[in-house]
Design a protein around this ligand. Structure first.
Ligand SMILES: [Zn+2]
Length: 246
């Protein structure tokens, strides 16, 4: 599902007054989530729950970042700490600061939550105060603690990534013959240094998909070769040779 479709679905839930209090989103594109957050919070707070910005006072407040009952924690890569969770619980256990009455928090990268952090969140997820909504975001649902995902309504967002072809990851995991490796290499060679770094980091972030340790070490080496000013074509050649030898 694309983020626009999810927004439409959640918008209907808001209108029908049956929005789930805890939602988990598995996404392959965190930058899309940045846009989603703002748009969703705007729809929720909007005086008319309008799907498009109707310029009401609440839409304006959200878009200028003036809403106090909204918190976002985590960058998708680093650990979410227990005191960050406790701060949210403390803040949102009280009634909303603003008259709109809604309270909403996003936790980005819940796969990096310690067990302690998760445990302190569980009860709050199960028995949330009125009008309090939690959004848990992950890039890899298989790494999320089962106790968390059993308490949330779960969605998968799959966006086309602009820096790599849609099927690249799938292709990569199923490269079977040398001709395909060659084609993959040709594709890689059209990328800029920055695109390659984002691409390989994205793969490494999802490394639970790879069962093969050699694969991971190959990618780590490729990334460091690209980052250190080594000839880019040479780094790609080395990666391809590694793939040939698998
Ligand atoms: Zn509005």
């Amino acid at each position: 599902m694309k983020s626009k479709e999810l927004l439409m679905e959640l918008h209907l839930d808001i209108v029908k007054n049956k929005l789930s209090h805890a939602i988990l989103i598995n996404t392959n594109n965190l930058s899309e989530i940045e846009k989603f957050k703002l748009e969703f919070v705007r729809i929720l707070f909007c005086s008319n729950h309008s799907f498009i910005n109707d310029q009401c006072v609440w839409c304006k407040k959200v878009l200028t970042n003036e809403v106090l009952d909204y918190v976002s924690v985590g960058d998708g890569h680093s650990t979410i700490k227990k005191d960050e969770i406790q701060n949210i619980i403390r803040k949102f256990s009280q009634s909303a600061i603003e008259t709109r009455g809604y309270k909403i928090y996003f936790l980005i990268g819940v796969e990096y939550m310690t067990k302690e952090s998760a445990n302190s969140l569980l009860k709050f997820l199960e028995e949330p105060p009125a009008n309090t909504f939690a959004f848990l975001i992950t890039r890899d649902i298989s790494l999320v603690l089962p106790t968390l995902k059993s308490r949330t309504r779960n969605y998968v967002l799959w966006e086309e990534l602009n820096y790599l072809e849609n099927n690249s990851l799938k292709e990569l995991l199923h490269i079977e013959n040398k001709y395909e490796i060659l084609l993959f290499g040709i594709k890689l060679k059209t990328k800029t240094k920055e695109e390659l770094i984002i691409y390989v980091q994205d793969l490494l972030d999802q490394k639970s998909l790879f069962s093969n340790e050699f694969w991971i070490s190959l990618l780590v080496e490729f990334k460091s070769n690209i980052e250190s000013q080594i000839n880019q074509q040479l780094a790609i050649e080395k990666l391809l040779i590694g793939l040939y030898e698998l």
